[in-house]
Ligand binder design. Structure first.
Ligand SMILES: [Zn+2]
Length: 188
């Protein structure tokens, strides 16, 4: 589904899978759950995007419902915040929530995301210590930090930073279109 000319939502929609956003037909934000990987590839194909076209995969955070099946994207570099990479090393499957997601992601090289051309990379610790949001032209890709109807993400999972959630939400108030990690994109 096209959100705006540079942004599509391409995730599968069965079960707990997260949204997957495609930027400029070459960058994916999150991958959903692993069992939705084939549906994701099918959605990309409908946009004439092959797995090899994906140059970067950026995780808003590394919970299992966002990390999918990285092996499907052979040409991609993978990114998450420095804090998520640290917590993956330190807490293993607690950081991904499920052991199977940990097994799928521990073997890939995760690079620390410092910037993304054309976007504001906003550090929003809370739902997880290393959660990030991405903003461009008033479009906010919010991961599990903020959902529709101003509902914040949960802060009770192992790598959460509950005490920082309030200030993180303050940082992301100025959006026009919200594209959350679950649910539809909505205009403010
Ligand atoms: Zn999450």
């Amino acid at each position: 589904m096209e959100i705006t000319h540079w942004l599509h939502e391409v995730g599968g929609k069965q079960g707990l899978t997260s949204n997957v956003f495609l930027i400029n037909k070459e960058i994916l934000i999150d991958l959903g759950t692993k069992d939705n990987a084939n549906l994701l590839l099918q959605n990309l194909k409908e946009l004439n995007v092959s797995p090899e076209d994906i140059k970067k995969v950026i995780f808003t955070h590394i919970h299992y419902d966002h990390t999918g099946d990285p092996s499907k994207f052979p040409k991609a570099e993978f990114f998450a915040s420095k804090e998520e990479i640290e917590d993956l090393a330190k807490y293993g499957a607690q950081a991904t929530v499920t052991p199977s997601a940990y097994a799928d992601i521990k073997g890939i090289k995760l690079n620390p995301l410092t910037e993304l051309e054309g976007f504001n990379v906003i550090h929003t610790p809370g739902h997880s210590r290393g959660s990030i949001c991405l903003e461009k032209d008033g479009v906010l890709i919010s991961g599990d930090t903020l959902f529709n109807n101003n509902i914040p993400g949960r802060i009770d999972l192992p790598t959460a930073a509950p005490e920082l959630m309030k200030s993180s939400l303050e940082k992301i108030k100025g959006y026009k279109i919200l594209c959350p990690g679950h649910g539809t994109c909505t205009t403010k």
